[in-house]
Design a protein around this ligand. Structure first.
Ligand SMILES: [Zn+2]
Length: 179
């Protein structure tokens, strides 16, 4: 929860933030014990850049780590452009999911989009399985999303309104586990 720092939509922006205002990544409270005394504790790296050409890749991308002065657990927060627990970022996931949402088959979408068909199927099943929960929270804040006849039309409306990264960052802030 609260793992995503919203508004940081590109890896370049993330890298600028790390040198300029790294404090934005400091969690408000320890996710383990709730104490608000977290100290910087180095960083780890993610191979988050999958879209730049090989010669221009920003990898490895540093992610700041923080250590709780109470329970000594470490934690970190990700910029909105990197998805927790997923190899691909939100932007790639959105591009891939928009195709089956528009009525194309998963097979057809996987020929055009980045992930393999197996991964895309997993994302598709995830989106369907979490739709009720995500939709409930998103509709309560973004009333313009309104009522939709089914989960696919909900996501079409949602992604026309905001990028998947914004939707996930907002859900994360509400304490909803994403992805
Ligand atoms: Zn703690």
């Amino acid at each position: 929860m609260y793992r995503i720092v919203s508004g940081i939509t590109t890896l370049n922006q993330h890298i600028e933030m790390l040198s300029g205002t790294p404090e934005v990544y400091r969690p408000h409270a320890c996710p383990h014990c709730g104490l608000n005394r977290l100290w910087r504790h180095g960083c780890y790296h993610r191979k988050a850049d999958r879209s730049s050409p090989i010669c221009n890749k920003l990898n490895p991308v540093p992610i700041l780590r923080f250590c709780c002065q109470g329970c000594r657990h470490t934690c970190s927060r990700l910029p909105a452009c990197i998805a927790p627990r997923r190899w691909y970022d939100w932007k790639v996931q959105q591009q891939a999911l928009l195709m089956p949402l528009a009525g194309y088959s998963l097979h057809c979408a996987s020929l055009v989009a980045q992930p393999c068909r197996h991964t895309l199927r997993r994302w598709w099943q995830w989106l369907e399985a979490r739709s009720e929960d995500f939709g409930f929270h998103l509709r309560s804040r973004f009333i313009e999303l309104g009522r939709t006849p089914d989960w696919k039309s909900f996501w079409r409306a949602c992604l026309a309104h905001m990028p998947l990264s914004d939707a996930m960052a907002w859900l994360d802030q509400q304490g909803v586990s994403v992805p």
